[in-house]
Write a protein that binds this ligand. Structure first.
Ligand SMILES: [Zn+2]
Length: 69
């Protein structure tokens, strides 16, 4: 297999637009699950501690990663 050809500028722009959209979605839709008290919430921060118990053992999943069905 030969390596893939380099992206042309149009493809690169589309990818950059997608990355920007994903970054925005990431900022605003972080699904959080506290491993200590099992609280679940949606946050805009990847740094927030659990609002219910203050634990920092929080699992964070970006909402855009969920399958759309
Ligand atoms: Zn908690």
């Amino acid at each position: 297999m030969r390596s893939r050809p380099p992206l042309n500028p149009e493809d690169r722009q589309i990818i950059e637009e997608w990355q920007a959209k994903i970054a925005i979605a990431n900022r605003n839709n972080i699904f959080c699950h506290c491993k200590t008290c099992n609280a679940e919430w949606v946050d805009s921060s990847l740094e927030a501690d659990c609002q219910a118990c203050g634990s920092d053992r929080v699992e964070r999943i970006s909402c855009w990663q969920f399958p759309d069905d």
